[in-house]
Design a protein around this ligand. Structure first.
Ligand code: G
Ligand code: MN
Length: 259
């Protein structure tokens, strides 16, 4: 699938690009602890697309930094308006590796955060790795600057064959997000469950939080709780929603799921 780069560029600045928000819920107390901003792009030729479908197009067009900036700006503004009704909830923003490695892009994120009036401690940058890390020292510097600014940092979509996994796990991430393939396959004993256990044990020893993605059913919830995972995100808990739906969702959730 190919789309004219000019059409994509225009889409990023208008109503065709939307942010959806999916809650992250603590397993022990069922309190919402975060809200991940997820991009949706509607193209006249293709309808509404999820990131899996449109990120490759955006990358081909050389627009990944623009996309990241546009969604971060919206997410931070939306979160600033919502945060009074979401105590204890951070905003999680996806930043691809190639963007994190560009110092200007990081500085821009910092500007966006300050302009929205959001405290750094309430922001988590999720590192998404679509290509293998080639410059681990460069990544380590970028991570240090995110941490120095006071933001949290998550490693997204962790799977056993993530390139350079061991090197990445040595970096000072505050959160590790287990990919939904691991969470779903861990329902049966085997390599996925062993992997989830290994990552979680390592995270406990280093004071990191583990989030299970793609939580779709109670069986997966129970297994992840037994493994010692801290929090979860997925259709069992909530679908990605529009900003104006989040506060009501949160009030309903707290009323029906917490003591
Ligand atoms: O790469 P990342 O994990 O950030 O992507 C999240 C994507 O997965 C979003 O587009 C979101 O809509 C989708 N998603 C969210 N929760 C679930 C779930 O429980 N199951 C599945 N299959 N997909 C999910
Ligand atoms: Mn993510």
């Amino acid at each position: 699938m190919r789309v004219d780069p000019d059409i994509l560029r225009a889409a990023l600045t208008g109503a065709a690009l939307e942010a959806r928000y999916q809650p992250v819920i603590g397993l022990a107390n069922r309190l919402p602890i975060g809200l991940e901003a997820l991009a949706r792009l509607t193209l006249p030729s293709h309808g509404r697309l999820s990131p899996d479908a449109f990120i490759p197009l955006i990358e081909q067009a050389g627009l990944i930094a623009e996309l990241t900036d546009a969604i971060a700006a919206r997410a931070l503004t939306d979160y600033a308006g919502l945060s009074a009704r979401l105590p204890g909830c951070a905003i999680l923003v996806n930043v691809p590796l190639d963007v994190l490695l560009v110092p200007d892009a990081l500085a821009r994120l910092e500007q966006r955060r300050a302009a929205a009036g959001v405290a750094a401690r309430n922001v988590v940058i999720e590192l998404t790795e679509r290509h293998a890390v080639e410059d681990l020292p460069g990544l380590s510097r970028a991570i240090d600057s995110v941490r120095a600014a006071g933001c949290g940092l998550a490693l997204d979509d962790i799977v056993p064959d993530l390139p350079m996994l061991d090197g990445l796990l040595d970096l000072p991430f505050t959160m590790l997000k287990l990919d939904r393939s691991i969470v779903q396959n861990a329902r049966r004993p085997g390599t996925a469950r062993d992997f989830a256990q290994r990552i979680t044990d390592r995270a406990h020893a280093r004071g990191q939080m583990v989030i299970a993605e793609g939580m779709e059913d109670p069986a997966a919830w129970n297994i992840m709780a037994a493994v010692g995972v801290h929090a979860a995100q997925g259709y069992l808990l909530a679908r990605p929603m529009q900003a104006n739906e989040v506060a009501d969702w949160c009030a309903d959730w707290l009323a029906s799921h917490t003591a």
